[in-house]
Design a protein around this ligand. Structure first.
Ligand code: SF4
Length: 294
């Protein structure tokens, strides 16, 4: 049984060639960097706070030494990553401290403004890191984890949240980028299916935390940005159509990767972070075509 994650779909949407090299040719490598380390540690820290807040009390959650928890989580993530990375360092002590201090500033803002984002009254925590496992087609299933799901007991509506750590927040281009926003739309569809809930009773929200704030701006942005992508029936159908086109392009009818598929190399801003950017034999420069984003 092949599994399909959101990140596979996202990679395909950005560049089909990269998907082919990563999955069909199985060349993907363990990609660890300070951003993923910080992202995982921050998720663990905020999820721990919310778990205590909803299952015990706000007072108990506020008593947690969040900065200490974050520091230990960053170090633990870094140690784990090092062992998977043949003990090759990918960050420095100064950079780890900088990311920790950024995280502490976000946590400080979050604690002071928590009620603007998460209400403790008449809301029930349905789960943290909820696993999704949805059969899609013969031999293929979708898998993923939802950061946090909460039910509003006043009207029964369910809210699915995803935390994103970001340097400066999402601008209008990132908000319009389907390879980013499709995640929550698919999670909404699949959560409804897996838990047999009416999809129309589910809301979604990205909570984007900013590591850096430019205090020179006339209007200083908040440490936490929220974003709700269009997720009505029409938007959902558009994303499902793209998702099904991805499955048609990359998988055979019996659920294997399609070796004879067409996988164009699409130039985009993502090329500068791509491990194949300097691999002329794998992704020849002359075969890279311009993306629609240009
Ligand atoms: S370098 Fe750019 S075009 Fe080539 S595989 Fe990576 S993302 Fe695609």
């Amino acid at each position: 049984m092949k599994t399909v994650s959101y990140s596979q779909f996202s990679i395909y949407m950005q560049c089909p060639k990269k998907w082919k090299l990563d999955y069909l040719d199985n060349l993907r490598t363990f990609d660890q960097n300070i951003h993923t380390t910080f992202g995982s540690a921050f998720h663990t820290t905020i999820q721990n706070y919310l778990n205590v807040m909803y299952t015990e009390s706000v007072k108990k959650a506020d008593e947690i030494d969040l900065n200490g928890y974050l520091k230990e989580s960053i170090m633990s993530e870094y140690r784990d990553a090092l062992s998977k990375n043949n003990n090759k360092h990918y960050s420095t002590a100064a950079e780890l401290v900088e990311f920790y201090e950024d995280g502490a500033a976000i946590l400080d803002y979050f604690k002071k403004n928590r009620s603007a984002y998460f209400s403790s009254k008449q809301h029930t925590l349905l789960g943290i890191e909820i696993p999704l496992s949805i059969p899609l087609r013969e031999g293929i299933k979708f898998t993923g984890f939802i950061d946090i799901v909460i039910r509003d007991e006043r009207d029964g509506r369910i809210k699915v949240y995803d935390f994103k750590t970001s340097t400066a927040g999402w601008n209008k281009y990132q908000k319009a980028d389907k390879s980013k926003t499709a995640q929550m739309i698919l999670y909404k569809e699949f959560y409804a299916k897996q838990f047999n809930v009416d999809v129309e009773t589910i809301d979604i929200e990205y909570i984007i935390v900013r590591r850096k704030i430019n205090v020179d701006y006339e209007f200083v942005p908040k440490r936490i940005q929220t974003f709700i992508p269009a997720n009505g029936k029409v938007s959902r159908n558009k994303i499902l159509k793209l998702f099904n086109a991805f499955l048609d392009s990359c998988f055979t009818e019996d659920g294997n990767y399609k070796a004879e598929g067409t996988y164009p190399a699409v130039l985009s801003s993502g090329c500068k972070y791509c491990v194949y950017a300097t691999e002329e034999a794998l992704c020849p420069k002359k075969e890279r075509i311009k993306s629609n984003e240009d």
